[in-house]
Every structure is written in C-alpha cells, then in structure tokens.
Design a protein around this ligand. Structure first.
Ligand SMILES: CC(=O)Oc1ccc(/C=C/C(=O)NCCc2ccccc2)cc1OC(C)=O
Ligand SMILES: [Co+2]
Length: 172
C-alpha cells in the first residue's frame, strides 16, 4: 500500500535509523509498501525514514538501458555498511523528500557494501557510477542526512530561499 512521504524540513528526516533485528512479515510488508510508494511518486530510490520508519532499510530501482524501470533490477537493502569507497564523480541528484529540487553532488565513484536481503541473507556487492550515487544518497538518509547538506554554503542559501518562496506560494 502507498504510504505518505515526509518532506523537508520535517525533523523526522534527521533521525538516525536503527538496524533491523527481525526479518519477518512486518519487514516484508514495509519493503512492499516502500516499493509501491516509490513507484507511485516516480522515484528510483527510497529510504524507510522517508515513510517515517526509522529502520536501516532502503530500496533502489534505477531505469535500465532501455529507459525501463524493471522490478527485476529492484535492490532491497537491510542494515547496509559501506566497507570501501574510492574515486570521485559528480551527478545531478533529486529526492522524493525534497520534490522539485535538483543539484550537482560529489560522490565516490566506486563503493563496496555489505548488507542483508529481505530473508536475512548477507550480501557483499560492489557498485560504481550512477548506481553508486543512488546507494550513497539513500544511505545518507539512514544517518539522518539529506542530499542538500552536501551543498556549498552559497548553494544551500539559494536552496533555502527558493524552498521558502515555493512553500509560501503553495500556502497562498
Ligand atoms: C516534482 C518532483 O517531485 O520531482 C521529483 C524529484 C525527485 C524524484 C525522485 C528522486 C529519487 O528517486 N531519488 C533517489 C535517490 C537518487 C538520487 C540521484 C541519483 C540516483 C538516486 C522524483 C520527482 O518526481 C517526478 C515526477 O520527477
Ligand atoms: Co532522498
């Protein structure tokens, strides 16, 4: 079922999420609901805190070479840890919790991660390029950060000004 996505500057987004202890039906329902919610909002990545659940759970489903968002490419991630990162890349990022704002962010080009799937099976994988961007963006949510916190002071001020006027326009 589709859940509500909390948006900036909701303080809940600053929560440090906790590790999942039980790989049970409740977790499976959360993962299924996160997928429905992400797809309904045209997203390619979502962290559990964005649907107000402070657990180290995230999902990523990038579009493939044919521009199809194939569920076969869905990655369900529980209790992830980045064990290695190197290189540098800059990509434009957006976030379902900060709708309509996109900015270039610097990330590591290549990462190695350890995590568990929905059955509690340990995975060790490495990612690079855009997939590595999505991973780093979503993992930041688990530590209570959003991507605009990587911006320079000037760009952050520009964002806050734009965001305020957009929120005022919505209320009026
Ligand atoms: C108006 C509005 O909501 O714009 C959007 C902003 C962000 C998004 C989705 C962002 C998203 O999935 N981010 C996942 C993290 C990520 C960031 C950069 C690269 C990989 C992964 C969708 C939006 O909605 C539409 C209709 O495009
Ligand atoms: Co995000």
């Amino acid at each position: 079922m589709i859940r509500e996505i909390i948006t900036y500057p909701n303080k809940l987004l600053r929560t440090k999420s906790e590790d999942v202890m039980k790989f049970d039906n409740e977790l499976h329902t959360l993962l299924d609901d996160m997928y429905d919610t992400m797809i309904a909002s045209s997203g390619v990545g979502l962290a559990a805190i964005q649907v107000a659940v402070p657990l180290n759970v995230l999902i990523i489903n990038l579009v493939n070479e044919d521009d199809i968002q194939d569920k076969a490419d869905l990655i369900e991630v529980i209790n992830p840890v980045i064990t290695h990162k190197d290189g540098v890349q800059i990509n434009q990022e957006g976030c379902l919790s900060i709708p309509g704002y996109y900015e270039n962010i610097k990330r590591a080009k290549h990462i190695v991660v350890e995590f568990y799937n929905r059955y509690g099976e340990k995975q060790i994988k490495e990612y690079e390029d855009f997939l590595a961007v999505a991973w780093q963006h979503e993992m930041e949510h688990l530590s209570g950060h959003v991507f605009i916190e990587n911006l320079s002071f000037i760009k952050r001020q520009k964002f806050e000004k734009e965001w305020k006027s957009k929120q005022k326009a919505k209320r009026s």
